[in-house]
Design a protein around this ligand. Sequence first.
Ligand SMILES: Nc1ncnc2c1ncn2[C@@H]1O[C@H](COP(=O)(O)OP(=O)(O)O)[C@@H](O)[C@H]1O
Ligand SMILES: [Mg+2]
Length: 291
Amino acid sequence: MIPQANKEPSTGHIQIDRLRVRFGRNSATIEAVSDVSMTVRPGEFISIIGPSGCGKSTLLNVVAGFVRPSEGKVTVDGKTTDKPGADRGMVFQQYSLFPWLTVRRNVEFGLKQQGMQRSQREQAARTLLGLAGLLAFENHYPEQLSGGMKQRVGIVRALATSPQVLLMDEPFGALDAQTRIVMQQILTNMWQRFRLSVLFITHDIDESIFLSDRVYVMTARPGCIKAEIPIPLPRPRTPDMASTPEYLALKHKLRNLISEESLKAMGGELKDGGLGGFSVEVGPGGITELV
Ligand SMILES: Nc1ncnc2c1ncn2[C@@H]1O[C@H](COP(=O)(O)OP(=O)(O)O)[C@@H](O)[C@H]1O
Ligand SMILES: [Mg+2]
């Protein structure tokens, strides 16, 4: 028998075709996502990066089955994502653990829903918690954990039901820089061990390079794909790669693409907020003159 780790994954194929999402009706319509097409192949780690409000969460929510497309089609392994399903695990930025359940019971939750027997699901949860270095905390409640630990439990919980894809919406956005780096390494380990596909949203250019096989850059709202950047850096990736010319060239390219869009997004916000024509003059005293 071929060991699991050597097997090429064959599931976890996300296909997004000409996706368009509008919210509201008639004159109050907002187009959040505009004509997005992208592919995540089985086992790939793909990031999406783009300015705030450009439709990243909306896009991910369509894949998760929480939001319906206005036009276009999204499938996972050929099945339209018209409702949430056990084939797709989700991790949000805000910690979404059940506060009244212990760490282990949080991880067991999805397994219980799937009808797994108590002793079996306890064992499965303990194995996964062990992999994430959390076994000693199995009987703690979420409020007793640090932010990084809560998010580790969130990942373990999403993995417990053996999904084919993991959908992550800025999962490390609220963590400090050091914790974030550790979390990125834990996530990479879990991804390689479980051989699943990951669709990961981030604001952070370094994070997208460190984690991904490819990065999609979105435009300002209504978001469409501005560029698709392959990240050909070898794995395992280490923090010292950040000073190599290859890494710096990727970072430079991504930064240029994103800053153009962020400026556009901010311009739009100022106009929408009725600040058109508002100008600020800063004299020799600098910004302090304004306060
Ligand atoms: N349920 C909703 N109803 C109305 N507008 C929404 C809804 N969800 C998101 N939007 C709007 O769609 C745009 C994209 O939002 P979102 O996908 O959250 O962006 P991002 O995650 O890139 O910051 C924003 O202008 C947001 O206000
Ligand atoms: Mg968002």
